[in-house]
Design a binder for this molecule. Structure first.
Ligand code: URA
Length: 238
């Protein structure tokens, strides 16, 4: 890998800034100040910028996990409960969860070691819709449906408009699909509680244009290049 790309991929500086560092003699390879801007870094080379070693950039990994109920979305749990980290064992590189699902929520969780990507997917300003399949107690009347769609008070905060569809009406329960564009703590549970239809089961089935599909509970797969681009807003797949 070319030296400027190597430095940029390690998160030290942009490629342009890296070129400047090289030009100014701030970059050493194996103890010698670099003079050649096009230097190709070889395996085993020790690269330093201003005397600080620059570790080889990690390969970027993007995982889509189907989180089961009972797993916490943290790296470590004080109470010793199983965490989502226990599920992604055969991944090259250390990945971290993007955003959070409650311990009692199942479904789609993205895990990655790409900080820029994680920021983009998690940040509400990018307005990536998160879609949930929700089984609630009771009947969701037309009036309640409208309230969910327009926005409900979940305790000092009124939710912004959401897409809500009834998927199934059972004698004493209703299955809904809800897409929200914010990420308040326990938001879907609080929204359903606000219309007196408490959540019995909650599963995230999509983030933006990417769907969980038929991935087994507890299973995971890599995101495709197209899915990564779509989540980054580079291309729309639907
Ligand atoms: N809303 C919730 O209430 N819980 C989740 O885990 C995700 C969204």
């Amino acid at each position: 890998m070319r030296i400027n790309k190597y430095i940029a991929a390690s998160g030290i500086a942009s490629r342009r800034k890296a070129d400047e560092l090289i030009k100014n003699g701030n970059v050493r390879v194996n103890g010698t100040a670099l003079t050649e801007p096009g230097y190709e870094v070889a395996d085993g080379d020790v690269v330093e910028v201003n005397g600080t070693p620059v570790l080889p950039p990690e390969n970027k990994v993007y995982i889509l996990l189907n989180k089961p109920v009972g797993y916490v979305t943290t790296v470590k749990d004080e109470g010793g409960r199983p965490t989502v980290m226990d599920l992604v064992t055969e991944v090259e590189g250390r990945v971290f969860p993007v955003g959070r699902l409650d311990v009692n929520t199942s479904g789609m969780l993205i895990m990655t070691n790409d900080g820029d990507f994680a920021y983009r997917v998690a940040h509400p300003k990018h307005k990536l819709g998160k879609t949930y399949r929700v089984r609630v107690a009771g009947i969701v009347t037309r009036g309640k449906l409208d309230r969910l769609r327009k926005g409900v008070d979940i305790g000092g905060f009124v939710t912004s408009p959401a897409e809500v569809e009834i998927v199934k009406e059972l004698p004493k329960e209703t299955v809904l699909e809800i897409t929200i564009h914010e990420g308040k703590n326990r938001q879907v549970r609080k929204m359903c509680k606000a219309i007196d239809c408490p959540v019995r089961e909650l599963e995230r089935i999509a983030i933006g244009p990417v769907k969980i599909g038929r991935l087994a509970t507890g299973g995971y797969r890599k995101l495709t290049r197209q899915e990564i681009d779509a989540l980054m807003g580079k291309k729309q797949t639907r």
